[in-house]
Ligand binder design. Sequence first.
Ligand code: HEC
Length: 101
Amino acid sequence: MKKTVVLVVLSILVLALAGVARAEDAAATYKAKCAMCHGATGAGDTTMGKNFKLRPLGSADVQKLTDAELTTLLNKGKGKMPAYEGKIDIAGMVKHIRTLK
Ligand code: HEC
């Protein structure tokens, strides 16, 4: 009985830690692969962002895109935006974009 409780608590801890790790991964990936164009906060306040006239990722215009639309955009790229299919955790990145609003 006691053993079961310990196991359940441990599993919850492991799952929680894995969740935190994934969120941090997305933030680190964003910093490494996206921030040079979109800016650290997604505001597009970089030389590239200004040249490309990027919309802030936190803006209503970008946030109104559905998860499916963001997934396609990240997978396939668009215009000067590179395609990231198979290169990054796309679902994690979509979640990260939602944190930028
Ligand atoms: C080389 C510069 C560059 C990099 C690197 C880049 N992007 Fe983009 N991104 C763009 C451009 C340019 C657009 C606008 C594409 C268009 O509408 O023609 C864009 C559009 C977007 C959009 C849609 C915004 C809108 O206004 O519709 C999202 C979301 C996005 N990028 C996320 C990311 C993420 C996440 C990464 C990193 C995995 C990333 N981008 C890396 C240049 C870049």
